[in-house]
Design a protein around this ligand. Structure first.
Ligand code: IYR
Length: 229
């Protein structure tokens, strides 16, 4: 399924034998079903500490890494963290940033917009959840020695891969929280990542706490989000 050749080495073309065409009825059913499933996804902020097998995380990361990317450079790196000590370091550093954010960095308008979500600087889920996935975007890579090769459409590519990761984890029956402690530079230090990597976001992954509550908020309707011409 996965081509073992590094990107760039694949050459030429081959038939697209993976494609599966559905007839119109199956297609409509499939589209409705995926819409229904994805609409069950909610960000949660209280996680059970129940373990999630590493193999599940591995499959979801490979699903994410099937995302399209600029010049097929696949400019993403995922750090999957289950080590309690590393999670604790991340929680401490994230809470320090969040205290500054909620204390004086965020504008009143931003805090007002966040009020319905009930968030604050307290982030116990960073230690409770069995997995944190730190997503890094690679702005460039070293090619032959020390020559820097620039990547294209990095934010778009990593954003797409992250969306696919969230969908894959959800389909696997897991809950996620898309967490963006800001600034996130501490992730590079705590995780010892290279200068070419920039923290993109931190995904919290696991089972929701059994009695978890979610904000009673709605999704936009089709006319609010789409225009057909
Ligand atoms: N990073 C902060 C604040 C925050 C910002 C947005 I935009 C959100 O949608 C949610 C939270 C935090 O994680 O609390």
């Amino acid at each position: 399924m996965n081509d073992p050749r590094p990107p760039g080495e694949a050459s030429g073309f081959r038939p697209y034998h993976e494609y599966r065409r559905l007839d119109p009825e199956q297609m409509a059913d499939a589209a409705r079903a995926v819409c229904e499933r994805l609409n069950r996804r909610r960000s949660v902020r209280a996680f059970s500490s129940e373990a999630v097998p590493r193999a599940v995380i591995e499959s979801c990361l490979l699903a994410a890494s099937s995302a399209p990317s600029g010049a097929n450079q696949q400019p993403w790196q995922f750090v999957a963290i289950s080590d309690p000590q590393v999670k604790s370091q991340i929680r401490k550093a994230a809470e320090a940033e969040e205290q500054r954010f909620y204390g004086d960095r965020a504008s009143q308008a931003w805090l007002d917009d966040l009020a319905p979500l009930g968030t604050d600087a307290h982030k116990p889920f960073l230690e409770d959840a069995p997995w944190l996935i730190a997503i890094f975007s690679e702005k460039w890579h070293f090619e032959q020695g020390d020559e820097k090769k620039k990547h294209y459409y990095v934010t778009e590519s990593v954003g797409i891969a992250t969306g696919m990761l969230i969908a894959a984890l959800h389909e696997a029956g897991l809950a996620t929280l898309t967490h963006t402690p800001s600034p996130m530079g501490f992730l590079r230090e705590v995780l010892g990542r290279g200068a070419q990597e920039r923290p993109f976001l931190l995904l919290v992954v696991g089972y929701p706490e059994p009695e978890v509550q979610v904000p009673d908020i709605a999704r936009k309707t089709l006319p609010q989000i789409a225009t057909f011409i």
